[in-house]
Design a protein around this ligand. Sequence first.
Ligand code: AMP
Length: 224
Amino acid sequence: MRIILLGAPGSGKGTQSQLLMKSHGVPQISTGDLLREAVAKRTALGLRAKSAMDAGRLVDDATVLGMIRERLTQPDAAEGFILDGFPRNIAQAEALDVLLRELAKPLEAVVLMDLDLKVLFKRLTGRRICEDCGRVFNILTAPPGTPPHCPKCGDSPRLIQRPDDKEEVIGKRLDVYEAQTKPLIEYYEAAGLLRVVNADAPVEAVFANLQAAVGAAAPVTAVD
Ligand code: AMP
């Protein structure tokens, strides 16, 4: 499996990539995760990327492309990959085409996770990460009256909000998506690779549609 999950921030790319990774045994390659890791470790790359990330802007192409080249040439990506959050603009898509041609590993599909902007906003403002188990969930979809808590660990863990999920940054990230990332829909449609999945549905239903879209027969094994 060699695919891209395309979609606005909050469309569920991360969650669905993880499920695909479990059922297909190929790595999820998330440029957002790689960048956050670099920021947390305070590497030179991380320090360079941080201000753009905090402001909801894209990190420069050269930095991201260097990171992707290194990641795609690691042994675990030899049998396939799920790209999540990359490419984010036409220049990155063109560079990816060149790299994959070089590696003789052409893309099989690009799946657009389709979701209304209003739903995206709610998903992003409510998104929290449990510091104990790393689970990502939404406090706005919990039953009314329930205090925010991790569905797995309960009330005690600390819940983290990504700095770029704060309301004032979300607008900027969605603008960047509209202006820079959305043109990729046409780009991959023209290449005959685009599939569209309705992402406004429960996780399991989206996953079933995603499996169908990538033509995978593998059963759903873990959706907890
Ligand atoms: P994400 O977790 O995919 O929403 O990414 C979080 C942030 O990391 C984005 O708002 C960008 O600042 C940066 N980022 C992630 N992927 C890319 C990319 N492919 N190109 C440029 N910046 C990126």
